[in-house]
Write a protein that binds this ligand. Sequence first.
Ligand code: TRP
Ligand code: SF4
Length: 354
Amino acid sequence: MGRELIVSGVDKEMKLALEKYEEPKDIKRVLSGMRPTGRLHLGNYFGALKPWLELQEKAESFFFIADWHAITTSYHDTKELSENTLYMMADWIACGLDPEKSTLFVQSWVKEHAELHLLLSMITPVRWLERNPTYKEMMENLKDRELATYGFLGYPVLQTADIVLYDADVVPVGVDQLPHLELSREIVRRFNRFFGELLVEPRPYLSRAPKLPGLDGRKMSKSYGNCIYLSDSKEEVERKVRSMITDPARVRKTDPGHPEVCTVFTYHQIFSEKERVKEIEKACRRGEIGCVQCKRELAERINSFLEPIREKRQELLKNKSQLIDVFKDGSERARKIAKVKMEAIKEAVNFLRS
Ligand code: TRP
Ligand code: SF4
């Protein structure tokens, strides 16, 4: 799967998922989270953040930094956890997540996530977690560390707690997260069967946007070293775009090109105006535009997209305590809701109340 070229932008897996899960209507409350694993790249922006930006305009939205989830796989090295959390805060706000419109918070700052995780772990059969494909895949991919931990197995249990604490009925996620959401639905049904109809079954919201490949045509991923980061300088963007894979059949400018196999062209489809994309396509096929020029133009487009984000990001990071305060406020707002829900859950489970 890793080597598969993303040409049309929407791969087979995505097509199947889009057929199976229709776009949710009558959204009541949206919630999603992201693990703070480093600076955000363009793949994160188009795959996750952009749908969030759209959703925050049309529904009550909660977005949080999943720092507990981050340490399920990186517990052996947490040096960068706080810095990564801070970078994520800056990236989010620089991209347009708006604390006036959405509730932005940090998972570990709302203690109810941890508390509900414990409670849900009591009712979740281990075999449900063991058959989770994401679990098996991650175990395969990250062979360098011990992942047969209690916490990592329970990843989707914690994720379920995140969602149901807020009665979120719609959860924007990538296709890779669909198995987790299915598990959440199962856990919710099991809980409700034991304790009454208290938890809301979440539905996924899949982004319909085409995927942005990495510099080498594979999926953009930190571990492949093929990313353009939101924080990259103008020169870094230029250098990276120059290194992008084009049509390998093209040696000279006059050779007819095949834009459909060219990563640069995929990017143009996202960053350039429709008319210009058509012109480039024609010129490439006719051997009338050189790849060097085509790339130069793309680098300019990406840079003008990134420039305001870069600036805002830098400005935000100049005043860290102010940035942290934004998330502190959000976490307090989130906590009010989570607390009420947790009380109701404990009551349903028949804990003696003090
Ligand atoms: N597992 C998600 C990811 O890696 C992050 C996440 C944690 C999440 N809790 C969530 C997403 C709750 C949606 C809802 O992308
Ligand atoms: Fe790709 Fe542009 Fe070169 Fe055509 S001209 S192969 S679209 S970089």
